[in-house]
Design a protein around this ligand. Sequence first.
Ligand code: ATP
Ligand code: MG
Length: 283
Amino acid sequence: MILGIVQEKGGVGKTTTTINLGGWLAKLGARVLLVDLDPQGNLARGLGVAGAPGAMYRVFRDPAFEIIHAIQPTGYDRLDVIAADTALEAAEIELISVLSRESILRRKLASPDITSRYDHVVLDCRPSVGILTVNAMVAADALLVPVETQYFALESVQTLMTVVQTVRETLNPGLRIAGIVPTKHEPRVRVCQVSLQLLQERYPELLTQTIIRKHVAYPEAQMRGAPIHVAAPGTEADDAYRALAIELLGGALPEPPPSVPPLRRGRRPERGGGVAQPGLPLD
Ligand SMILES: Nc1ncnc2c1ncn2[C@@H]1O[C@H](COP(=O)(O)OP(=O)(O)OP(=O)(O)O)[C@@H](O)[C@H]1O
Ligand SMILES: [Mg+2]
């Protein structure tokens, strides 16, 4: 399953969700690859990984560059990452005139190196809908939309839904919304209550049961470079992302972890490499 974490609005918890949801999917037994599509480059940093410079830029700009060479281990079981940095900003502009530019990521992620190695790929998008985010929407099976329970929450989701509809009509007819997840929620704050209620009324089918509350534990975990299940195990902040992971897995806990061969850098693709057999449908 390829899951895009998208929302045009900044600071709503896309990267936090990528790290902690991805962290929990891996802890529950899935093999997970996290991919940073944001030149801000916060994803690898939030996992304590010093990203390889220009990794994601090369994925987009060099057709011969195999995506496996961009992958780095995080040090956490079954959890790998592809880092981004400011170099990726250039790709957004350079790709404007490139043929089939919207499906570069889809083609790269279709490599047997990825499909045989990972059950889930989670794409952390930037807070805008340019060519990088469109690539995520074209590559993804489903999107998860974090929404801060604040003023304009509805508007930000509506804008995104229009883009999703266009992508469905043109480039990725099968694109699903896995859920709209309320984030940074403060149950005692009136504006949060009202915003949540409006979201519930407008998107009853899409809103996740799990609500991510505002907890200082999240920025603290990112500062330490650790997923929340490592930085603050068993806390309410940790339980929220565990619940979200289980909800997205359809309530079913995964099979025991499969054994994964350690990642060797510079490995060439296996001949006739297998096609993914994801044991963990997210729907
Ligand atoms: N539930 C939460 N409670 C408290 N702080 C949070 C929560 N979720 C995220 N944060 C903090 O808010 C800030 C922005 O979060 P994050 O980077 O995940 O958002 P983003 O949507 O990825 O931002 P951008 O659009 O810039 O990529 C970070 O400092 C993060 O630690
Ligand atoms: Mg981010």
